[in-house]
Design a protein around this ligand. Structure first.
Ligand SMILES: NC(=O)c1ccc[n+]([C@@H]2O[C@H](COP(=O)([O-])OP(=O)(O)OC[C@H]3O[C@@H](n4cnc5c(N)ncnc54)[C@H](O)[C@@H]3O)[C@@H](O)[C@H]2O)c1
Length: 252
């Protein structure tokens, strides 16, 4: 099998850095492009032991790569034209519309969390909510101090999986309990966010009953789980026809 040619958008960022390491240690991919909104200088290429002839502009990377892996910001999405694995969180309706529109002409993979463990956790939380129907559900997430969006895309996805299972909708989400008076509403799913340190990501779903509680937690120990997952997604996506794909499509 020939190696999938990948380029990394956001190469200078926290995830970009992890992705370079994951790409260079994976025989199924060839890293042919690294770019960022800031210039990539030769010392960065040398320090990371990337091949010297790597492309460092957005245009060349999109032109030459089979798949571009994007860990940047939601805004950068508006520059997408070609096959991509999109990992950004904090997307709104307009971003999802754009991803779907792009997938009419090329292949697009989106996952707010690229970890296999987290995607299994979604399934487990869904099953638990089916069994614990009358319990009050709360979602708590903790991330490093630099994270810009809250709640995390993973926490939102957890909530979406649970409301889908329970026949509820996103209108049951409560992000602002501090601003509200009165007791907890029936079927409400509350979200809480904690920020600090260098924590790559922790998510807990709590099911509170009258006399007992159940808690499910996933803890990311480092960012390698996201970068390895993104590489796996790029290789998988390279074999697909145009369309919009998610992690569920890859593991099902
Ligand atoms: N899906 C997942 O598994 C997963 C895991 C971790 C982080 N994330 C998401 O990935 C994104 C990046 O996270 P991070 O911690 O690496 O952030 P970061 O701020 O450390 O890095 C982002 C990088 O993108 C660059 N950038 C910004 N706009 C750009 C553009 N238009 N073109 C090219 N480069 C651009 C920035 O200069 C920066 O170097 C965030 O949205 C975060 O929530 C997703």
């Amino acid at each position: 099998m020939s190696r999938t040619k990948i380029a990394i958008a956001g190469a200078l960022g926290r995830m970009g850095n992890n992705l370079i390491n994951s790409a260079l240690s994976n025989n199924n991919v060839e890293l042919i492009g690294v770019f960022d909104v800031k210039d990539i200088d030769p010392s960065f290429i040398n320090k990371n032991q990337i091949q010297e002839n790597v492309f460092t502009t957005r245009e060349e990377s999109f032109e030459k790569a089979d798949i571009v892996i994007d860990f940047t910001t939601p805004k950068a999405l508006f520059n997408f034209t070609e096959a991509a694995v999109s990992n950004n969180t904090g997307l709104d309706e307009s971003h999802f519309n754009l991803l779907k529109q792009t997938s009419n002409s090329t292949k697009v993979f989106y996952a707010p969390n690229m970890s296999y463990g987290v995607n299994t956790f979604f399934e487990i939380a869904r099953k638990a909510s089916k069994h614990l129907k009358d319990f009050d559900i709360e979602i708590i997430e903790t991330h490093h101090r630099h994270k810009k969006d809250a709640p995390s895309g993973t926490a939102l996805k957890l909530g979406e999986e649970i409301v889908a299972e329970l026949g509820l909708s996103k209108s049951n989400f409560n992000f602002k309990r501090q601003d509200q008076e009165g007791q907890r509403k029936e079927n409400e799913i509350g979200f809480s966010s904690i920020r600090g340190g260098n924590i790559p990501g922790e998510h807990t779903v709590i099911f509170h009953g009258d006399n007992e509680s159940v808690e499910l937690t996933h803890k990311a120990h480092n960012r390698k789980i996201f970068s390895d997952g993104a590489i796996q997604a790029a290789v998988w996506l390279s074999t697909k026809e145009k369309g919009f794909y998610t992690f569920k499509d890859m593991i099902s």
